[in-house]
Design a protein around this ligand. Structure first.
Ligand SMILES: [Zn+2]
Length: 301
């Protein structure tokens, strides 16, 4: 994927919490209660084989440095920086995702509310409590924030065997913003917390994959604040790399390759590899959020 050299980036949408804190731990404030219910449900939680119900670290984060995004602000000014620096590419992707959803909500007569992404390292305190990097990237509905320990993107390659690449990361970020959209639309509240192949959890996750695809469909035509699209080019290779990731974070793939080796459908929370690919591509090819009705679909794929 390619960014327009001359389009300005908005680093205010990203908080960089990687720098401070003892042992890489940071404090952003927020309560430590109720985290398991939220997190287990929303995150790509199979990373590290975290079983449901195991408490994450609770409230023991050291007093952290204040969040500083000053480095990002000085380093990531335009698409030119996004074309050369991975962190700036992530900022640009987040800008593009939110610009699309702001347009889409406006077209529907509604208002999109921006959600910040926090880059962290090791552990982080959120409105949903504290979390460690083990849970993978996640969305916290309580504070409407996306949280990413960027080492996850390395793990996608080293542990999951993914090809990686900028657009592979874009898929992950757009998936998390899909959960934000679900939260704004009230979808998340209407879904039960159970697991299983046709559970609300799986339908919610597959819809987030589809929403990621819908953004990808519009990424090169969505104008930034300057009026020009920030992303100028997405190639078939980019789409293939996103699909590659989608396949490697499917429940069946993870259970077979990173878990005990046995597939247990009753534990499915995100959908199979084939389903994740299918719904992501449904969004890419269809380009309409209404085509992401995983709740009305009889056949999830
Ligand atoms: Zn998810």
């Amino acid at each position: 994927m390619q960014f327009d050299d001359d389009v300005a980036l908005d680093t205010s949408q990203v908080q960089d919490a990687r720098g401070g804190g003892i042992g890489g731990r940071v404090a952003l404030g927020g309560g430590g209660l109720g985290i398991v219910g939220f997190l287990i449900y929303f995150v790509l939680n199979q990373l590290g084989g975290l079983p449901a119900g195991v408490p994450l670290s609770t409230g023991d984060a050291a007093p952290g440095q204040p969040v500083s995004s000053s480095d990002l602000a000085s380093e990531c000014r335009t698409g030119r920086d996004a074309n050369t620096k991975p962190d700036c590419a992530r900022v640009a992707i987040i800008n593009s995702i939110q610009a699309y959803w702001a347009d889409e909500f406006a077209r529907a007569g509604s208002t999109y509310r921006e959600a910040d992404t926090t880059f962290f390292r090791g552990a982080v305190n959120t409105g949903c409590g504290s979390a460690t990097a083990d849970v993978g990237p996640f969305y916290c509905p309580a504070d409407q924030g996306v949280y990413v320990d960027l080492t996850f993107f390395d793990e996608l390659k080293t542990r999951f065997g993914a090809q990686g690449g900028t657009f592979a990361e874009a898929y992950v970020l757009a998936h998390e913003y899909g959960h934000h959209v679900q939260n704004l639309l009230g979808t998340s509240d209407r879904v039960g917390r159970g697991t299983g192949p046709t559970s609300g959890s799986v339908r919610l996750e597959l819809q987030a994959d589809c929403y990621a695809g819908v953004w990808a469909n519009h990424a090169t035509t969505t104008p930034s604040a300057s009026g020009k699209p920030l992303i100028t080019n997405i190639t078939q290779d980019d789409i293939n790399r996103a699909v590659d990731v989608a396949e490697r974070i499917g429940d069946d793939f993870i259970q077979e390759n990173l878990g005990g080796g046995q597939v247990d459908e009753s534990q499915f929370s995100h959908g199979t590899s084939a389903q994740r690919e299918k719904w992501f591509l449904a969004g890419v090819n269809g380009g309409q959020p209404t085509q992401c009705d995983t709740f009305g679909a009889r056949d999830l794929g």
